[in-house]
Design a protein around this ligand. Sequence first.
Ligand SMILES: Cc1cc2nc3c(=O)[nH]c(=O)nc-3n(C[C@H](O)[C@H](O)[C@H](O)COP(=O)(O)OP(=O)(O)OC[C@H]3O[C@@H](n4cnc5c(N)ncnc54)[C@H](O)[C@@H]3O)c2cc1C
Length: 444
Amino acid sequence: MTDKSARVAVLGAGCWGLSTAYHLQKDGYTNITVFDRASELPSNQSAANDLNKIVRAQYSDDFYTDLGLEAIAAWKTEDWAPYFHQTGHLVMLSGYASEKAQGIFGGAANYISNHRTMKGNATLGLDTPEKMREFCWQLTGPLTNFKSYYNRAEGYAHSARAVGGIAEKLKERGVKFVLGPEAGLVEKLFFEGEGEARRCTGFTTHDGTTHNADLVVCALGAYGAQLVPQVGLFSVARCWSVAHIKLTQDECDVLRGIPVVNSMDLGFFFEPDPATRLLKLTPLGAGYSNYGSTQTSLPPLASGDTAQNTALAGYVPQADEVQMRRLLQETLPYLADRPFVEKKMCWFSDTADSEYCIDFVPNTSKSLVVLSGDSGHGFKMMPIFGSWVKTLLEDGQQKLPRWTWRNVDPAQGGADWGGDVSWRFGEAAETSAIVEERQKAEAK
Ligand SMILES: Cc1cc2nc3c(=O)[nH]c(=O)nc-3n(C[C@H](O)[C@H](O)[C@H](O)COP(=O)(O)OP(=O)(O)OC[C@H]3O[C@@H](n4cnc5c(N)ncnc54)[C@H](O)[C@@H]3O)c2cc1C
């Protein structure tokens, strides 16, 4: 699409939707409107509505590693720098790790030691607690049989602030926003024409308003299949636990500047947030889907299951809690028995091969773009992601096979690959098991 005055509607103001608006506005598009169901950004339904996310460059695949390096360079530029913290990244493996996890860690260490740019940033072979403490003296735990390496080029970004801050910048630059559960909640896309002429010409919002657009970009994260049901055949809404510990001012100061501490098999935590004094933890695992009795996994809010939505609020599964406490016992033992606060399940959109989908929906005459399948590694790309949507519009097709739309036969769809994803460990489960577990625990 080359008409820069075309009406572009971006549905979803999470990190990919905003990055798209950012790059299109920068490229001269003058009529961009962003819709989101939340009244304020970041939305509570955005996976990026969180204190922080890891910004790493290292993958096991040069394609994404190069993009990760490009993203880190972009995080250091004027619009993005306020949110980025290059604290370094201590990649670890605990003594509890499975054989699969040991293999992945070994492969990752080997990859970085041979990578043309990254090897210069990495210190490998940290195989004693003393060596690890050279990069994070605050780790007072036993670090029993831990292995580690340190990458000084990586770190984290404050994700909620990045989403809120970039939205404000976009408003100043003329991008329009329609927000809230009435005016901003998109309920249905509509199409005109048949066969080759069929196109998406707009959508309706919860307040009953009809919006016309020349190009509709669906950037709904875990909610994608709600508006474009075929997305649910290759992209599964899945959630992971997030928990926090509220620190005292002194505790917070002690941990200031620590690298991201990331035990591949247990989970990770970040430097505490100085404003809230919260230390955020995430356990690593295969996550939870919500198929129920359907072929599509969606967050309960999207599938209309308000009872489940309420039942999940403020809770994380016990197994995840045990894993996070084990991580703390080994690293920061004085925090291991502290209450977890602000617990939640965070929803993302997961593909079997962890590849993104950035493409036109077939049979829509290039009027409808879907951005989906972040697979839990999409935030770090926020400063550059929208440039790939710009390229898609310029090229009129997705030239990278890995990011194309997947045609899945509905008879085959809905399959759950769960724990088969190479870099995750454990077995995937359904959120109904979490609700059951909570009900049992509360009935005791
Ligand atoms: C626990 C957890 C940890 C993670 N850690 C990392 C990490 O360390 N590093 C990293 O790079 N990535 C990480 N991620 C992944 C990252 O958060 C996602 O890749 C990223 O947020 C995806 O962006 P998105 O724009 O596709 O979706 P989202 O950010 O989820 O945004 C979707 C938006 O769509 C809106 N919406 C939904 N339905 C509608 C509707 N019908 N109408 C209007 N608006 C709607 C929502 O309100 C929301 O604002 C993590 C994810 C989770 C869950």
